[in-house]
Design a protein around this ligand. Sequence first.
Ligand code: SAJ
Length: 424
Amino acid sequence: MEYHKICVIGLGYIGLPTASTFADRGIEVVGVDNNPEIITGLQQGRLHLYEPGLEELVRRVLASGTLRVSSQAEPADAFIIAVPTPFQDGKKADMSYVRSACESVVPHLRKGSLVVLESTSPPRTTAELAKPILERSGLQTGRDFLLAYSPERVLPGRILQELVENARVIGGIDPASAQAGADLYGIIVRGQIIQTDATTAEMVKLMENTYRDINIAAANEFSRLAERFGIDIWEAIQIANLHPRVKILSPGPGVGGHCISVDPWFLVESAQDITPLIHTAREVNDSQPAFVVQKIQSILGDLNGKTIAAFGLAYKPDVDDFRESPAVHCVELLQAAGAGVQVYDPFLKGNLPGMRTFATPQETVRSADILLLLVNHTAFRDYDPGKIAADTPARLVLDTVNGWDRSAWQKAGFKVHRLGSGKA
Ligand code: SAJ
């Protein structure tokens, strides 16, 4: 199938890079978002999110005219739906954005059009939610239009490369839809394109993120055991990973972001009775911030009146995304325990509600009792502990991500504690 015009619905972390990458191949792309601020900003060349290389790409395709942005969907050869699927209280997927995106396509659907859902969704969403809504157009799936599910699997921070290089799975509601999806993504993808059915593609995406969540939960539980048994988890994992069939991920203050900390719940919600492992892994990772707080209490005692200088609020290194961030959760728990927390994150523009943020590391460490490393941002790793020591009365460090060189900080006069290290 040939594609001359594509309509991408949702211009967030996935939709905007996807729309721009297609536009960069010379395809006419209309990017649609229902947030007027996003549309106005993009029309003026301003992006609402940070991703390496994206701003330059978006400006280029807007200037060349291959990408247009709009608040309304329009007829196209293919529609790509890339809207969020957050979870609501009670850990249930909020499918309202997917529902309204499908509804917005209905008036523009034509015979022969392809619709692809990219949003991470509970199993059977394409068949049981998207299909009936799209058929309100009077057209029938398979006979009149094509429908597929193709999960985005790109890593924030590497989105533009991974969009093109990663293997891409296309799950069709029928084989013709899978083939049409493969033709569409063949325009931009250099990695392998695998065709399957829609529900398998939905499961693949959820399994990948769930597998990672369970692996990190194991690492977090190992870090607790390491403290109990007086060993260093970072050393132990490094050694264990020399085994050719072992790849344990890293412990840390918890698992955040809008993907791994959310997606496993879609499986638990869909089949509560047969998912105890997935459920427990989520609970282990969600309880990790409380474990960090306990560790600080074991170092400082009562936190009332204590000042903590916390480094990092983002959900992971070198991103400007603070959603479901375990670092934010750690700070909130420390505040609830009576500590004053002074926070610094170079990726934060403006402020986050309830956080006392500072513009420089120097101001952040002033009057602190302890320095707490919560996110392994590259910029933090480059700190000179000698210079920091001159700006703070603190002589204690808790590193939750193994980001700071212990001996360098010790040389500068700090007593260094590390999450998962029970070694004296
Ligand atoms: N984390 C750890 N230990 C680790 C690795 C990560 O504690 O060893 C934490 C991070 O700090 C972060 C969270 O886990 O808080 C998630 O970070 P991540 O880098 O593992 O993943 P995401 O959420 O940024 O992106 C994931 C990716 N999925 C997989 O690697 C299987 C990405 O490919 C997906 O496209 C993305 O989810 C998504 O959109 O679903």
